[in-house]
Design a binder for this molecule. Structure first.
Ligand SMILES: O=C(O)c1cc(C(=O)O)c2c(n1)C(=O)C(=O)c1cc(C(=O)O)[nH]c1-2
Length: 247
């Protein structure tokens, strides 16, 4: 096999999984603290408030991808993701469910949704994701969703660890995560089959792997920003959320 020969699809999948093993945010020190019950309520609030922007931006990135998908079948598949996050008017979607999580932690909804307390690092990382999906190829955009291959593990760890570690967190507060345990594997099955089928050249396969690395990096960067602002050296930038201070 020359360097330019396409990888067998199963080898591409193995390499994608190896990228997650190495780079997924499950390995970030902030997550170890969060899941280990070692943060204060204010630090957990900072995590939830910042992550709201990620949750609220996911439907925007999915909607921009739908506009570029070439077939009804592809658009239908991606439309399901939009409904998962936005709800259908009767059942709440992920964005509303995340707000129930921030409610449960005692944060004011108007303050959370105003984004006034957001860290600049969160904003830049999340916007980079939305722009990546908007401007890169459809193949790279689909590939960038593949971090969801690794999310059921981190979600299971998080829910168990947070229920054990914090008396201010209840199963109801964390209800956001329950449907993700079935939605994420369904999303992944489709996206993984898609990239294995559509990345036909070695160059396209490299683009797929790079897209997954980029996505891991932007998830990591969000936790770096949180760690710097709220754990060590604990220097929240001007205007950012400060635990215990009224908005
Ligand atoms: O809890 C997590 O650590 C985590 C990670 C990810 C991810 O890996 O991108 C997603 C989610 N949760 C999530 O809840 C979610 O809705 C989601 C959508 C996407 C995406 O890229 O389209 N990732 C994720």
């Amino acid at each position: 096999m020359t360097d330019d020969a396409p990888l067998p699809p199963e080898e591409l999948e193995r390499r994608l999984r190896a990228i997650g093993e190495e780079r997924y945010h499950i390995h970030h020190p902030f997550h170890h603290l969060l899941h280990g019950g070692r943060l204060t309520k204010g630090q957990v609030q900072a995590w939830a408030l910042n992550r709201y922007y990620y949750q609220a931006s996911i439907p925007a990135k999915d909607a921009s991808l739908i506009a570029r998908l070439p077939t009804p079948a592809l658009r239908r598949e991606w439309r399901r993701r939009l409904a998962d996050h936005d709800g259908d008017g009767e059942h709440p979607g992920g964005v509303e469910r995340w707000l129930r999580l921030t409610d449960g932690l005692g944060l004011d909804r108007d303050y959370v949704t105003s984004l006034r307390g957001l860290l600049p690092g969160t904003r830049f990382a999340v916007d980079a994701y939305v722009n990546f999906v908007k401007y890169r190829s459809v193949l790279e955009a689909v590939a960038s969703s593949l971090t969801e291959m690794f999310s059921p593990d981190i979600i299971s760890q998080r829910v168990a660890g947070m229920l054990r570690g914090y008396d201010f967190v209840s199963a109801e507060t964390l209800a956001y995560f329950t449907p993700r345990l079935t939605q994420a594997p369904q999303d992944v099955r489709f996206a993984l089959d898609y990239v294995k089928r559509e990345a036909r050249t070695r160059a396209e396969q490299e683009q797929v792997m790079d897209a997954l690395r980029f996505k891991c990096d932007l998830l990591w960067a969000q936790l770096d920003a949180l760690h710097f602002a709220y754990v060590a050296p604990a220097l929240p930038p001007p205007g950012a959320f400060r635990p215990g201070t009224p908005p």
